[in-house]
Design a binder for this molecule. Structure first.
Ligand SMILES: Nc1ncnc2c1ncn2[C@@H]1O[C@H](COP(=O)(O)OP(=O)(O)OP(=O)(O)O)[C@@H](O)[C@H]1O
Ligand SMILES: [Mg+2]
Length: 353
């Protein structure tokens, strides 16, 4: 296994490794594109680990998981009194990543109004905390990732062209697993070893017909889905031969009318939600099965127009694991809302459906 932990030997995957080697030593911005679960975060980490900044922090921020109203203070930090509840000053992720790498995950979800602020910081390499006009120099290497078509978003006016060009200095596109099926046996063996060891099992072989079935399945959730499937299979196996429940793969198989990446993602999320009885959070919820933070899954569902009310379902069914909620009602326009908290700070969310 290579030192960066990335598994694969297909031509498409080797090209990605070459790109990592090429761009790691320089400070250029990198934009990683790829479907869900293709390894965008691990590739970002691998670039940092192979860069001269490796002794410093790799700081990740998921633009889809943090409420838009709080993203600015998360990125740039704030001074005492900058807003109600700001009792002590706090450094933002830019400062935390100083002399290291800042990973801006799901950059396509960065609200339009924040985009010029981010662009300015990237150009000037200095930030101002909320509630202060003092500039603080920062030396940060930026790696951004997205599973959206950012260029299409630029053309639709949803993403600023100037920021797009600033981030897209060195693009890396991760191939979906179905386009590098040669890598599946390698990945399967790697995950079988990993989970067997972790679960104290002695599985040492995968039957040929199992491997063939795994190679012919399209894996809409890519490596994450494969990894979760193998973890489940290892749990269910007694003895030394991997015995997965291959019928599960039929359940998820992509219907013929699925055409776009968004269609595949939507179909996969819906299939998982049906299995969990539309429970999003908690140990048996769809977020865990999909290997996503609950907030990311909800953000994705909203983006894909899945008109369930996931937050409320989670609150009702998993009270201990939901965001704190201290009120709910509806605005003058009739939009339902709920009070919630993020990192201890209150905000109001609109509730869909
Ligand atoms: N080449 C690889 N070798 C081994 N494991 C991998 C590889 N690529 C990804 N993984 C594993 O697959 C899982 C998903 O990877 P990662 O979180 O980086 O994907 P992602 O593209 O960021 O997904 P999302 O868009 O859903 O955030 C992780 O557990 C990661 O360790
Ligand atoms: Mg990711």
């Amino acid at each position: 296994m290579p030192s960066n932990g990335l598994i694969g030997s297909s031509r498409k995957f080797m090209a990605v490794l070459d790109d990592i080697d090429m761009v790691a030593p320089v400070d250029s911005a990198v934009l990683i594109r790829g479907e869900t679960g293709t390894g965008k975060e691990v590739v970002a980490q691998a670039i940092h680990d192979a860069s001269p900044r490796r002794q410093r922090s790799f700081v990740a921020i998921n633009c889809a998981a943090i409420p838009a109203a709080l993203l600015e203070s998360e990125l740039f930090g704030y001074e005492r009194g900058a807003f109600t509840g700001a009792v002590t000053p706090r450094e933002g992720r830019f400062q935390a990543a100083d002399r290291g790498t800042l990973f801006l995950d799901e950059i396509g979800d960065l609200p339009l109004e924040l985009q010029p602020k981010l662009l300015r910081v990237l150009q000037e390499q200095q930030i101002e905390r909320l509630g202060s006009s003092r500039t603080i120099p920062v030396n940060v290497r930026i790696i951004a990732a997205t599973n959206c078509d950012l260029w299409a978003m630029v053309q639709e006016g949803k993403f600023r062209a100037d920021l797009y060009y600033r981030l897209n200095v060195f693009p890396i596109t991760l191939p979906p697993l179905r386009e590098r099926k040669d890598d599946i046996p390698l990945l399967v063996n790697h995950f079988v070893r990993k989970f067997s060891e972790r679960q104290g099992k002695a599985i040492d072989s995968v039957p040929d017909e199992v491997m063939e079935a795994l190679q012919s399945y399209p894996w809409p959730g890519n490596i994450r889905e494969l990894q979760n499937f193998i973890e489940r299979s290892v749990i269910m196996t007694t003895g030394t031969v991997l015995r997965p429940r291959l019928s599960e793969l039929q359940l998820h198989s992509t219907p013929a009318e699925v055409r776009t990446m968004a269609d595949a993602e939507r179909a996969h999320i819906v299939a998982t939600l049906q299995e969990t009885n539309w429970v999003v959070g908690g140990p048996g919820g769809a977020a865990v099965r999909l290997g996503l933070p609950r907030t990311s899954l909800i953000a994705r569902m909203q983006r894909l127009g899945l008109s369930v009310n996931p937050a409320m379902q989670t609150v009702r069914q998993m009270p201990g694991r939901s965001p704190a909620r201290d009120g709910a009602g509806s605005s003058a326009t009739g939009t339902p809302w709920a009070n919630s908290t993020f990192n201890g700070r209150p905000f109001r969310v609109a509730v869909a459906g």
